[in-house]
Design a protein around this ligand. Structure first.
Ligand SMILES: Nc1nc2c(c(=O)[nH]1)N[C@H]1C(S)=C(S)[C@@H](COP(=O)(O)OP(=O)(O)OC[C@H]3O[C@@H](n4cnc5c(=O)[nH]c(N)nc54)[C@H](O)[C@@H]3O)O[C@H]1N2
Ligand SMILES: Nc1nc2c(c(=O)[nH]1)N[C@H]1C(S)=C(S)[C@@H](COP(=O)(O)OP(=O)(O)OC[C@H]3O[C@@H](n4cnc5c(=O)[nH]c(N)nc54)[C@H](O)[C@@H]3O)O[C@H]1N2
Ligand SMILES: [Mo]
Length: 742
């Protein structure tokens, strides 16, 4: 854990636990109780996990002068940010009192828990403690639908019966062609070993093609070819690639026959038998803007270069198209026989790899059953949409549900809401509407590290510790085969407490005597590591793990998704009803919903480029994840702001039409909101599309114009049928801002 450097300087091994998919192993140099320097992993190549810019800037985050250090009570209007300091005792007594009153008057259904991914440690992830607390208090209402990945989860559940579609990243080196389709890992990380392996692949001469409306950082770094495409039209291009393969007999019919069902139906759609429209590259060109010749060449290249890795992701699926993007990508990987093969890819959003030792989730002691959901079914990612949580609202509908309640068809009327691990006012669709909803709440609590735009609406704000002030265990999201031990480096700042401690103390106030507590963190972490998830890979030497801060799994060979299913299909069927990869899904067909086709298709969506609304709002709005933050986290850190000033990406052609010059302050607006932001004129985005990184803090002025540049004042709060949040189906207009009222 600690290595004494000299009399007073110690090195503490830890890692981040942000929601970025990476886990940078870190060395904190601590002197006199303060972190004075941060270094990255010192592991040997090729296994070194180089620290990202955010982790290198952690000191400015942990010691930021705006860190919350004491409990606060709101004294001004909601949203204005006027608070006074109170004691923990006062804060917890008031919250307990309110909870009892609201339970008595309206029942447990009116207590709402809003949970995000702000912290992903195994133990101190406070929302689990709050879930337990509210369960024991008689139950609570909440939301369903993972805002990140619901489209991909649905696609993989339908087609494979499993979301574990990832390969170890070093397997990229076994590919002959890598297609990054809506994926920019130089920015979004997706495992701390991803970009390293992509760079190695590039150095080895493996061709890399990027398909994205933006010439993003990974494309700049690695792409042999960038294919710009209009947002929301990828499925048209994928379907026409299938057309070329079928027409030229380039697809792997033997693979399709052996491992899939329903290709014939897909083929009928592709060739035009179903609807009279052959899905030719010319047809796709009209929709996507990608020249027919480019599509044809890519189809040929992908079908004839073996193995090839088609890497789709989750971003394009965070739209009204939702899972169809991932379903089409999976179909192409099946048509080319790339599934279950080293150097190939199963597509489906690049999600989990079952490396074993999932100490997550299992940390919640009983009771598990939320009494409010006694009558509800709870099938996350279920193919049958009717099976979704019928007691919950969709995540992107939280604020609509608060506003409309049971009268609007939601299962509850929210009176009390607790926001933990999220800044949802800022991060979900339609921020102005969200602000209205928060004003309407009877009572709101936020446990936070900073006074975020969401926390500004709370009645009580509770200050929580950062990762430097507690010990925990963590693992990267999907890929890296390693686990980290987060050693506490410093004492909690001010009066900060972890969410777990907060829940424990509140349990006392509420008189919940049998609430399980963890006074000894070290003991609790040891117990977590003993869990039998996958005994072969269990970390046996607790002391070594704690000291080194990292446990790297030794894999004999790179992990390849569905290898067993492909190599030994008799004994390892896919977990679908047919036991095969379902290009046609009878389960979806049975739902008989025209908006949810049983085969993957190109479908139009609201606020796409063919929506008549485009006359009024001619620009499609992208809102990728910021390179210099994790969503809205670290927004206040100056070092990171310097790296990437917050600007709207706009092509010269669009800017010229509007008389906009580089650096001009512009107003971006639609019927949902208006924001001010400087323009960045760039060839790195396709004309007709603009891009604003999500996560800038909402800061509305008296005219309702957001001066913070929070893109979600523009986005809408709808979701695709499959459960994907439609944050990227959004149209807006841009004009030069001349000052004054608008
Ligand atoms: N327009 C647009 N919007 C998007 C997206 C998009 O692509 N476009 N992406 C969406 C996606 S995929 C996601 S996952 C969401 C993320 O949405 P959020 O989860 O709301 O995003 P964060 O900004 O990470 O907010 C996490 C908050 O948790 C706080 N926090 C950190 N650690 C702790 C802790 O230990 N305890 C407590 N109590 N709080 C803590 C942080 O200070 C921060 O304010 O955003 C979504 N929003
Ligand atoms: N630095 C950093 N890393 C992060 C995060 C962060 O906030 N900051 N957030 C993490 C989280 S919670 C998540 S869920 C992941 C998200 O990871 P992703 O879902 O991969 O990220 P996005 O930024 O939403 O989008 C990825 C790319 O898709 C492109 N794109 C958008 N729409 C379309 C489309 O219709 N077609 C095509 N072809 N491309 C399109 C965008 O231009 C962008 O380059 O990232 C994680 N990593
Ligand atoms: Mo996410």
């Amino acid at each position: 854990m600690e290595e004494i450097k000299n009399d007073s300087e110690r090195i503490i091994r830890t890692s981040s636990a942000f929601d970025c998919g990476g886990r940078c192993p870190l060395k904190f140099h601590v002197k006199g109780g303060k972190i004075i320097k941060i270094e990255g992993d010192d592991g040997e190549e090729p296994r070194q996990l180089r620290a990202c810019m955010r982790c290198r800037a952690l000191r400015q985050y942990i010691y930021h002068p705006k860190r919350l250090k004491y409990p606060l009570k709101r004294v001004g209007p909601k949203g204005k940010g006027e608070f006074k300091r109170i004691t923990w005792d006062e804060a917890l007594k008031e919250i307990a009192q309110k909870l009892k009153e609201i339970k008595e008057t309206y029942g447990n259904k009116s207590i709402f828990l809003a949970m995000g991914g702000g912290y992903l440690g195994a133990f101190h992830d406070g929302m689990f403690a709050l879930m337990r607390l509210f369960t024991q208090f008689g139950g609570y209402s909440t939301h369903y639908g993972n805002v990140s990945s619901e489209g991909a989860v649905y696609a993989t559940k339908v087609m494979y019966g499993s979301p574990f579609v990832g390969h170890s990243r070093e397997d990229l080196l076994n590919s002959k062609l890598i297609i990054l389709w809506g994926w920019d890992p130089a920015r979004m990380i997706s495992g701390s070993d991803t970009i390293y392996n992509l760079v190695k692949a590039k150095e080895a001469g493996i061709k890399i093609i990027c398909i994205d409306p933006r010439y993003h950082d990974t494309a700049v770094l690695l792409a042999d070819q960038w294919i710009p495409i209009y947002p929301g039209t990828d499925t048209a291009m994928m379907v026409s690639m299938a057309y070329v393969m079928i027409k030229e007999n380039l697809h792997d019919q033997a693979f399709l026959d052996k491992y899939t069902v329903g290709f014939d139906k897909f083929k009928e759609y592709v060739m035009g038998k179903e609807d009279g429209i052959p899905k030719t590259p010319e047809w796709a060109e009209q929709i996507t803007s990608v020249p027919a010749e480019t599509i044809t060449n890519l189809a040929r290249e992908y079908a004839t270069t073996k193995p090839a890795a088609l890497m789709d992701c989750q971003g394009p699926a965070r739209s009204a198209v939702g899972s169809l993007y991932n379903r089409c990508a999976i179909t192409l990987t099946a048509m080319t026989g790339n599934i279950g093969r080293p150097g190939g890819s199963a597509a489906g959003g690049l999600m989990g790899i079952p490396y074993g030792h999932m100490f997550f989730g299992a940390r919640i002691p009983p009771p598990y059953k939320n009494p409010v959901e006694d009558t509800g079914r709870s099938v996350r990612g279920s193919v049958n949409l009717q099976d979704r949580f019928i007691t919950r609202c969709h995540t992107n509908k939280i604020f609509d549900a608060i506003l409309k309640g049971t009268k609007g068809g939601y299962p509850f009327d929210v009176k009390f809401a607790w926001f933990v691990n999220n800044n949802f006012l800022n991060q979900l669709g339609n921020t102005n509407k969200a602000a209205e909803a928060l004003k309407k709440l009877e009572y709101m609590v936020s446990s936070e590290i900073f006074l975020t735009p969401t926390a500004r609406y709370a009645d009580i704000v509770l200050p929580v510790t950062t990762m430097a002030e507690r010990s925990d265990l963590a693992r990267p999201w999907p890929s890296g085969p390693y686990f980290t031990f987060m050693n506490q480096a410093i004492e909690p700042l001010g009066e900060c407490k972890s969410d777990l401690r907060i829940a424990e103390e509140l349990a006392d106030e509420l008189g919940i005597e049998d609430f399980v507590k963890y006074p000894d963190v070290d003991k609790a972490l040891k117990a977590l590591l003993k869990m039998p998830a996958d005994t072969r890979k269990n970390i046996r030497n607790y002391r070594k793990f704690k000291e080194e801060g990292i446990h790297r799994l030794e894999l004999e060979e790179p992990y390849v998704a569905f290898r067993k299913e492909i190599e030994d299909p008799e004994n390892h069927p896919f977990q679908t009803p047919s036991g095969k990869i379902e290009i046609f899904s009878q389960r979806i067909a049975d739902l008989n919903d025209p908006n949810n086709p049983p085969i993957p298709k190109y479908m139009r969506t609201p606020e796409d480029r063919f929506d008549p609304l485009i006359k009024k709002y001619p620009l499609q709005v992208l809102s990728p994840h910021p390179p210099n933050r994790v969503h809205s986290e670290m927004y206040l850190v100056d070092w990171l702001r310097e790296v990437e000033p917050h600007r709207v990406w706009i092509n010269h052609i669009d800017a010229k039409k509007r008389g906009i010059q580089d650096g001009d302050m512009v107003l971006v607006f639609n019927d949902r909101g208006k924001l001010l932001i400087p323009a960045w004129l760039t060839e790195r985005i396709i004309p007709g599309v603009i891009s604003i990184y999500e996560g800038a803090w909402y800061d509305p002025d008296e005219n309702g114009i957001d001066r913070g540049g929070c893109v979600n004042v523009l986005t809408n709060d709808s979701h695709a049928l499959c459960g994907a949040s439609a944050l990227k189906s959004c149209l807006a207009e841009v004009k030069k801002y001349e000052g004054g009222d608008i």
